[in-house]
Design a protein around this ligand. Sequence first.
Ligand code: ADP
Length: 619
Amino acid sequence: MAQPHAWGLRSAAFIIALFVFGLNTATQLHDAFAVLYVLVVLLIATSCGLRTILATGAACIGLSCLSFLVKHHGESFDDAYLRLAVSIIAIGVATMLSARDRRTRDALAEQVRMLAFTHDTVIVRDLDDTIIYWNEGAVRLYGWHADEAIGEKGSALLQSTHLPPAAAEQLRLVGQWTGEITRTRRDGQQIVLDVRWSVRLDSNGRECGIIEFGADLTEQKEAAAERERSEQRYSAIFQAVAFAIFEVDCSVVDILFREKRRLPEASWRDCLERFRDKPYIRDANDAAAALLEVEDPRKLTGAPLRSLFADESVFIAVLAHLSNSNVAYETETTFVGPNRRSRDVVLRVTRPVGDLESRRVLVMALDITEHNQAQMKLRAAQGELAHADRVTTLGQLAVSIAHEVNQPLSAITTFARSGRRWLDRSQPKVGEALLCFDEIVSNSTRAAEVITRVRALTRKETVFCTAMDLGELVEEVRVLLRGEILRRHVEVRIEKAVDTPMVSGDRIQLQQVIMNVMMNAIQAMSIVVDRPRVLEIRIGRGQAGPDTAVLSFCDTGPGFGDIADGQLFEPFVTTKAQGMGMGLPICREIAHAHGGTINALNRSPYGAVVIVTLPQRRV
Ligand code: ADP
């Protein structure tokens, strides 16, 4: 938008143009009036742009020619032609000078606008330090508007400090000074500026003030201070951590790996060979020195990273990973120190965020040498334990077989003696002796079967498909133990409920359970003299669930006394002088192998009860 006074100037120019044209055309005075068109051009030049100036100049020349034609048409060449030429030259020169002046003023205005809107501050002061120019950058930075700042004394308004005394001297000698100064903004905040002062000269070349260009350094200063603080924190952590950290410059090899795809295999290998010692240790912490048994971590700086690795392929893998990925790389390897002592380490190699050129790669190493040695010892100990376990199992097997075979062997001895007695008579009873021999055969067969079953049990090879009636099993065992029952004066009562479920399993093994429990009860009751020695065996359906069968053996003996329930079923727990403490553990093993349980309890006021549960047979 043009200013109002510009419109006034244009209107005046228009009126003058009309007036000059009128005078020039209508009057018979000399044509020298045409020179007054110069006034029109000058008025337009002060208020209009370049094109309008040129157009005005052309129009004025046109009007001069028109007036000339109107007055002098058909006349021969005389002074009038010369006056027209002078007028045209005057208008043309005025137009050209005005156009040039306009161009210069436009360029200056552009520069002033740039100065006004630059982010940097531009302040001009006169010799008395009075501010005479204050740009937009200064408004933004200091907070005062131009009309508030202009006219004020610069040093009072901006409270400059840290102004070096040499600044004035340098200004005087060189005419310029550059440096940092601290000033105070309108809101009271102190700011640091990077300023450049130039001496301002008037048209006579005399000093008339100072032009100042300034850039705010506060943020840069704060960022630098923050960087330094962060660097100090990093350094503190670097030294304080308990594990080894090496800061490594991998930049050369990083570039090489990035080029890998473009290089032929042979030259790539060749390059790798040449550059593998390039990644070097820039810094190492105290823990790193301790790990490699070096007194001072500085002795490690400059050393090639490769020299730490016992296995070069791990080193190459680390570099390859670094060039391919930003994710940390973890592996286990062995480091070798300058004294050739090796340490097992868990390695974590990571490139800090922003380190795109791999100049500060962090190689962190956690010493696991002791841990690995302990692991090896543990493995050796486990091997020994496994061996000991096998030996113990063998021992238990031998003891179990001995325990279980004991009963058939004593039966064989008894029947052999009776058979001998039947034959040793004056009239030998061959029939009775034959019965004894039959018993010997059946007991030795049973002994062999027991051995097979105990071995099968320890190898967990029991086959459970045979269906069995628990009542029949108990009856069979009672028959086998009849000699013992009679000898110890024990009354055995068997009660079987009609709904007792059938069970399935290994007949001989289940007979062993029943026999062991009955023998224990019979033997325990042999010390009882003040009450009947009764062994009650109840067979029925489990109360806990309909699909279990239960066998309970209640005796009138002394009970288990202080032997804790759990302990009873541990191997080698016995109160008998000749006992082995293997009967109940074998019973528990067999019951568990059949999917059942066995428990032992004291009865009140005396006696013991052993309860065996077995799952019902599934068809
Ligand atoms: P062993 O018969 O060789 O001692 P067992 O494992 O069969 O081995 O029995 C372990 C111990 O449990 C016995 O020594 C005995 O003290 C105790 N015991 C087992 N059954 C009874 C019972 N019915 N009454 C009292 N004590 C028993």
